[in-house]
Design a binder for this molecule. Sequence first.
Ligand code: GLN
Length: 268
Amino acid sequence: MKKFLKVASIVLVIAMIACFAACGGNTDADTNNGDTTEAPKAVLTMATNAAFPPYEYKEGDAYAGIDIEIAQAIADKLDMTLEIKDVEFGSIIGGVQSGKFDMGIAGMTVTDERLESVNFSTSYATGIQVVIVAEGSDIKSLDDLKGDGSMKFGVQQDTTGDIYASDTIENGGYGEDNVIRYKTGADAVQALKAGKVQAVIIDNEPAKAFVAANEGLAILDGEWTKEDYAIAIAKENTELLTKVNDALAELEDEGKLAEIIDKYIPAE
Ligand code: GLN
């Protein structure tokens, strides 16, 4: 009898384990069938260039930065799944315009020229163009910058730094021939370290991050320009523009926007 009980209990345990596994499987299958669960969330694609710390950069395989967190917070409010597309900065506007991406978030400055192609959300941050030089360089101030061929300027292709620096000397630039364009700001900074260019014109926060991460570089005193960062959205997608602006306003009211920015740009 005792032996029978023992066998019976072993059988019972095996049966329970089998049932447990099977039941678990059924539950999964039900979920996948979508009988009782909600439909999958719609996808919100964001195009960025993840070489622009602290706005967007990669930490191993993961994306991090102010823009990434703001985009995620907007997607959460819209009950959508955020999908990040890491592309060249210069292809963001075209991709948004053609509908390839829902929005472009890349520390992107609102300019009149870009406004001809896309709409911009309300601005969520301010950017300033600054100049990075090598420590000990003869270039000591913004006044020492010259478009006379004696120095080369490194910029990230298609950014406002590129657009302004490449402009004619009469318009406050240094002339196209004196500007060397790189795919990312990081590449421009490497060119500065290697002596291929004598100054890099770039947004102030990435400039600080690059100077902190690389020895022997310094930021010149003074601001080259002041700019507003906003989210690019296709002109015809006014529905998304309204939703994004509403989400941004809510994030601002909740203090979430300031919280995200403070996390990456601690007050000095
Ligand atoms: N703010 C600059 C621009 O909009 C640079 C942006 C960037 O390099 N990600 O052109």
